[in-house]
Design a protein around this ligand. Structure first.
Ligand SMILES: [Zn+2]
Length: 180
């Protein structure tokens, strides 16, 4: 959990030093349907450890959460069509896609389209399986995603404020007042 906090602080620092796109949610809006941790697998009926979080998706564009390089992509029996992105010490993994739009070695920016959601692999229905690994170990990605959401909201509010300030005519600040 400490690692996640460090990553979040770094992200905030990146964000405040530059307002360019440095983070993105993997899918909009963020609607978790199955958390990280031990669970009875919905298909096998056996206990297993869910190494990621499931997010609601329907023919949704899937985006890179951070800038990075595609470490691998392809197909396996569990994740179906998947994409893995290396971000230095962190790696993000996106599974059950219907199509993959990137190739290994490709550099991607935050928010770049990497695939389309689907229900390939071992999945009961369409959703996005999202995992986060730090130094090779799977961590609960939900706090990370929620902090990305907070960062993106702050960015949106900041941009809205900038636009409002820019659109107020400087010579007539109370132009539509009716009290005179
Ligand atoms: Zn999952």
């Amino acid at each position: 959990m400490k690692k996640i906090l460090i990553l979040c602080v770094l992200l905030q620092l990146c964000f405040y030093s530059s307002f360019s796109q440095v983070v993105s949610l993997p899918v909009f809006p963020l609607r978790p349907t199955s958390p990280f941790g031990p669970r009875v697998h919905p298909l096998t009926g056996r206990m297993d450890f869910h190494r990621g979080v499931d997010l609601k998706a329907k023919r949704s564009i899937i985006r890179a959460v951070l800038p990075g390089r595609i470490s691998s992509c392809g197909q396996n029996s569990v994740l179906g069509n998947f994409v893995r992105i290396c971000h230095g010490k962190a790696e993000s993994i996106y599974g059950h896609l219907s199509s993959v739009l990137v190739y290994p070695g490709k550099e991607v920016s935050a928010g770049e389209m990497i695939g389309v959601s689907g229900h390939s692999g071992r999945a009961t229905g369409e959703h996005l399986h999202f995992s986060l690994r730090l130094d090779g170990s799977a961590v609960d990605p939900l706090k990370f995603l929620l902090s990305l959401q907070v960062i993106l909201k702050k960015k949106q509010n900041h941009e809205k404020q900038r636009q409002t300030t820019a659109s107020i005519p400087s010579g007539n600040p109370g132009g539509d007042r009716k009290d005179r």
